[in-house]
Design a protein. Structure first.
Length: 148
């Protein structure tokens, strides 16, 4: 199992669907890349995690964020805008992973500087394949910035 500069990859999944969280965990379990998956279920918790506030004072800076758009409390668009407007967070790649196929969502998230937009497949096997593809591309092909 390979690592990122001798460390495991820190992944933050911002997802309110327990089923999608479970599928993501299963898809990453057999990874060739050492990874630690952190999960938060709404946008406010995502921001708290990234800012190390409240119960997340010991949170690590993620190397990659997988972000759903349709979240409770603060939606993914607001979280994306927060991340990409914060100088300490802007270099973290954000993969939007959502059920929305709406052109306005795609355009808006790219205008907010999402690194990519992926529509979640409905089929369980295809969903797992997409997660593995994200992992393969972002964690083995792409060169990520060093952690601060």
């Amino acid at each position: 199992m390979s690592t990122f500069l001798g460390q495991s990859i820190e992944l933050l999944l911002v997802e309110d669907s327990p089923g999608d969280v479970l599928l993501t965990q299963e898809a990453l379990a057999d990874s060739r890349i050492a990874n630690r998956l952190h999960v938060v279920e709404d946008g406010e918790r995502a921001i708290d995690f990234l800012m190390k506030r409240g119960i997340y004072t010991e949170a690590v800076r993620p190397d990659l964020i997988m972000l759903d758009l349709n979240l409770p409390r603060k939606d993914g668009r607001e979280v994306l805008q927060f991340i990409k407007s914060n100088p300490d967070l802007t270099t973290i790649p954000v993969v939007v992973l959502t059920t929305s196929r709406a052109e306005e969502d795609i355009l808006r998230t790219y205008k907010l500087h999402a690194n990519c937009y992926i529509t979640k497949p409905v089929d369980m096997n295809q969903f797992c394949s997409v997660i593995r593809s994200i992992e393969d591309f972002w964690l083995t092909v792409v060169k990520l910035p060093h952690k601060k």
